[in-house]
Design a protein around this ligand. Structure first.
Ligand code: HEC
Length: 183
């Protein structure tokens, strides 16, 4: 009798141990969030993102090539300093897709205000804001937005003020753009 009980306690202990092991093990397995790359961006992803930032998205017209808010087009609105942003990856993605309500930051998702996906608002709701979001220079696919955010995280966000050394690293060589920064 005693012996049987001991065995069953042992068995119970073992099985609960197995459950604990499974729980601990599952904590170490990471499931990539939807729409997020499971691997760190490659150098070519970052280069693609940089090109999209400069050309198709024309982010630099308002935010500057260095993302520091020194816009490259004086006719354009003053963009935020992205080097100092407190936004995380998800916040950056949302801001690019949806723009910023009541500001001059455009929405780059083609369907941003067609189905409530952005801040629960539709086209008609936007009229309520004194400042209207401008049309984006081009709309961007999710994949393109992810690449731009890869570039921002790698080269812009939290990188401090641009200086000569960072400029050379940014462009990959000593370019004219770096002449304005003292060595
Ligand atoms: C027409 C000008 C314009 C263009 C083009 C533009 N932005 Fe902006 N952006 C702004 C302005 C203005 C703000 C500040 C909005 C506010 O008042 O909060 C802003 C804000 C942002 C923010 C939020 C920063 C923060 O810390 O809150 C991010 C991120 C951003 N822009 C990224 C981009 C990216 C990436 C692109 C290109 C795909 C882009 N912007 C294109 C004008 C622009």
């Amino acid at each position: 009798m005693v012996r049987v009980r001991k065995q069953s306690i042992l068995r119970r202990f073992l099985s609960s141990g197995a459950v604990a092991v499974a729980i601990v093990a599952s904590a170490f397995v990471s499931f990539p969030a939807e729409g997020q790359d499971s691997q760190p961006p490659s150098a070519s992803d970052i280069a693609d993102g940089m090109r999209l930032y400069q050309q198709k998205g024309n982010c630099q017209a308002c935010h500057g090539w260095a993302g520091d808010g020194r816009k490259t087009d004086s006719q354009m609105p003053d963009g935020a300093n992205l080097r100092d942003t407190k936004l995380n990856r998800a916040g950056l993605v949302t801001t690019i897709k949806c723009g910023r309500l009541n500001s001059q930051m455009p929405a780059f998702d083609k369907f941003a205000y067609s189905d409530g996906r952005c801040y629960g608002k539709k086209e008609a709701d936007l009229k309520a804001y004194p400042t209207r979001m401008p049309d984006p220079p081009a709309t961007l696919q999710q994949r393109e937005i992810d690449l731009i955010v890869d570039f921002l995280m790698a080269k812009i966000v939290g990188k401090g003020q641009m200086d000569h050394a960072k400029c050379v690293e940014f462009w990959g060589s000593e370019t004219d753009a770096c002449k304005e920064f003292p060595k």
